[in-house]
Ligand binder design. Structure first.
Ligand SMILES: Cc1cc2nc3c(=O)[nH]c(=O)nc-3n(C[C@H](O)[C@H](O)[C@H](O)COP(=O)(O)O)c2cc1C
Length: 320
């Protein structure tokens, strides 16, 4: 058997990020990310040279390298020490190109980056496991996975929230209303996407102040409601206080269920609810319908801001 077992190889090959260290002329370390790192066989790793001038210069004279691959959710990984060399032609180049193509690596560049002309092959001489200290401190793998899945889910939400919403192309004449204009919040109010960021206490507080009926005493349930919502808009006043919220689940393409639209009673009647609603609609785009259920009181409110009543809806009610 070589230095890397099937399990180790599988773990390395399923990871999407590695860091490779080489040694500079003056003995200082040189570390850089290589997302293409993959196993070639039980003793060899390889990565595509896409933009690694310093690593390539270093290994030309000092081939010693170390790669680290860590699963960011299981918080386990491998340190892989060895010696590196460049492969830039011949049968070995062709077989590495076939390996990376089979992994779905873009070797031709699609006009954005130069085609891959070199691979770096690492002969692995030492493999050691990497383990988060969380395990030594008593956490089990399921606990670690649960915790870090949530962290990364939250980060993904925040990244999506900070990115510009995708502009969907409506068919000619398909846009009945200009939601960009209707979504304008009243003066002094800022509307923002905050899924993954809005804290459960703030959420509960604005729900309470709006008088909307929700399970306010069940922090666990409110946390789940926030955690799984993928479009949460907040309305804040000039001092940053939360005065309104809308919480939706959507595929950004076909449907959106807006579950909670709540505005602090002290701020009602100023167009904040309408702005939250239409900003939600603007973000999901013209292809997606927006559905909500009204409490008895606002039954006349929604038609007044331009929403249609449906008679073809059916529901299985929650039990509590
Ligand atoms: C997410 C990410 C993945 C990368 N993957 C690779 C890679 O697979 N191969 C590569 O040559 N460069 C890759 N790079 C670019 C190099 O890490 C970057 O150009 C670095 O500055 C090269 O440093 P070096 O010259 O010390 O190798 C990646 C960069 C990032 C941020």
């Amino acid at each position: 058997m070589g230095k890397m077992s099937d399990t180790i190889r599988r773990e390395i090959d399923s990871e999407r990020m590695a860091y490779v260290a080489s040694v500079n002329d003056d003995g200082t370390p040189n570390l850089s990310p290589k997302a293409t790192l993959a196993t070639v066989d039980d003793d060899h790793l390889a990565f595509c040279d896409l933009a690694s001038p310093r690593t390539l210069a270093n290994i030309a004279t000092r081939p010693a390298v170390e790669a680290n691959v860590v699963d960011p959710i299981r918080r386990k990984g491998w340190r892989l020490a060895g010696t590196a060399r460049v492969v830039d032609g011949g049968a070995e180049f062709e077989s590495l190109a076939a390996l990376f193509l089979a992994r779905g690596t873009n070797l031709v560049g699609a006009g954005r980056q130069p085609p891959v002309r070199r691979f770096v092959v690492i002969r692995v001489s030492k493999v050691s496991p990497l383990l988060s200290p969380a395990y030594a401190m008593g956490q089990s793998e399921p606990e670690v996975i649960d915790y870090w899945s949530n962290v990364w889910r939250g980060r993904a939400h925040v990244a999506q929230a900070q990115a510009e919403p995708r502009a969907l192309q409506a068919p000619e004449g398909a846009l009945a209303r200009d939601f960009t204009k209707e979504a304008k919040p009243p003066q002094g109010i800022t509307i923002a996407r905050e899924e993954g960021r809005l804290g459960v206490e703030e959420f509960a507080d604005v729900l309470r102040k709006s008088t909307i009926r929700r399970p306010l005493d069940d922090a666990g349930r409110l946390t789940e409601m926030l955690r799984h919502a993928n479009l949460v808009l907040t309305a804040r006043d000039g001092a940053g206080a939360l005065v309104g919220v809308s919480r939706s689940l959507t595929d950004f393409s076909y449907c959106c269920y807006l579950s909670d639209l709540a505005v602090d009673q002290a701020w009602q009647g100023r167009g904040i609810g309408k702005a939250l609603l239409y900003e939600t609609k603007r973000i999901i785009g013209p292809q997606a319908m927006l559905l909500l259920l009204s409490a008895p009181d606002p039954m006349t409110y929604y038609p007044s801001i331009g929403m249609d009543t449906v008679s073809n809806g059916f529901i299985i009610r929650r039990e509590f």
